[in-house]
Design a protein around this ligand. Structure first.
Ligand SMILES: [Mn+2]
Length: 336
């Protein structure tokens, strides 16, 4: 393990740096990565963000976005950057399986590996770790990493601030999850002072849907929502046919599960979607209910207590039935 002084020393010279984040990047994955990118390029580093897969249009506007490489589309170039990197920053994930085929490349690389993350149970592959599960977003950790650990708050310019604001805003569900502490609000205030235009970022992320996405959302709510009052649980189930009918693209299903959770009294919400290769599920919960426990024990996944995901190789109906069958086990937690 490297200490902060040694990492700082390393960063005092221009380095070849790769920044990567989990597959299907969300606002925090991309915001923290591009925030760090916009910081590093000010110091003369040769930095590149590599996303393992594509990401939604409503995230494809942050400063530096045009420089992001997508591994599945620019595989050779991305692989050679990983192989030649001096330092690899791993942001918003802590297990190499989260970056798909890139995982083995990163593992085999001789670069110094820096993990900045807020998920549970990190895998041991890194040389430097800046990890805190109490952080509401990795973007919050990137802020304190730059401002406090590296002591360069002066380099948090408008580009850095815009990206980090986006990460904190999206991962905290617009500043309303329990880990959005007063310290987070102070950081967010600093980011606005540094040039993040908060109202514009909200517009770009949340008021940026296609007509089809809204019609798909309407279909989910009107026809696909199932409420299980005896377990304070609500689920939405979507078939592959429906994805095709509504021309659903990356990002269109994002956040739909939260509508199910918004019903009064509901403590657990699930979104089940039939993808070509497997069924994916997203769970959201309120309060102490451990959504990640269900994903980890039964659906090959994991995540945070209130936001977790997993997958199943069984069919859609079978997966939903399995989910319903395990609810009795959690009944006391769900109806308290
Ligand atoms: Mn995150």
């Amino acid at each position: 393990m490297l200490d902060t002084a040694a990492l700082n020393q390393l960063l005092n010279q221009p380095q070849k740096i790769v920044i990567t984040t989990h597959h299907k990047p969300d606002g925090d994955a991309l915001g923290s990565s591009l925030g760090l990118y916009n910081y590093l390029i000010q110091q003369g580093h040769h930095a590149k963000v590599i996303a393992p897969t594509d990401y939604p249009e409503f995230l494809a506007w942050m400063p530096g976005n045009e420089e992001v490489l997508i591994y599945t589309e620019q595989t050779e170039q991305a692989a050679s950057l990983v192989a030649g990197a001096d330092i690899i920053f791993c942001l918003d994930f802590n297990n190499l399986s989260r970056i798909n085929q890139m995982g083995e490349l990163v593992r085999q690389s001789s670069a110094v590996k820096v993990m900045i993350d807020h998920h549970l149970e990190p895998e041991d592959f890194d040389d430097y770790r800046y990890w805190n599960i109490n952080a509401c977003a990795t973007a919050q950790l990137v802020y304190t990493f730059i401002a406090t650990e590296l002591n360069r708050p002066d380099l948090i310019n408008a580009d850095v601030a815009t990206c980090l604001y986006t990460g904190i805003m999206t991962d905290s569900a617009s500043f309303r999850l329990p880990n959005t502490t007063s310290a987070v609000h102070r950081i967010v205030a600093d980011l606005i002072d540094a040039g993040a235009v908060n109202w514009r970022i909200h517009e770009l992320v949340y008021n940026n849907s296609s007509e089809m996405r809204l019609r798909f959302l309407g279909h989910c709510l009107a026809n696909k929502l199932e409420v299980l009052p005896e377990y304070n649980t609500a689920i939405i189930t979507v078939t592959h046919e429906e994805l095709k009918k509504y021309e659903v693209i990356t990002g269109d299903t994002e956040g739909i599960v939260n509508y199910a959770l918004s019903i009064t009294g509901i403590r657990l919400a699930g979104f089940f979607v039939e993808r070509p290769d497997r069924v994916k599920l997203s769970l959201r919960s309120k309060g102490e209910f451990p959504a990640n426990d269900i994903c980890k024990r039964y659906f090959n996944g994991g995540g945070h207590r209130n936001a977790a995901g997993g997958h199943s190789d069984a069919g859609l109906q079978e997966t939903v039935q399995k989910f319903k069958d395990i609810l009795p086990e959690y009944k006391t937690l769900l109806i308290q």
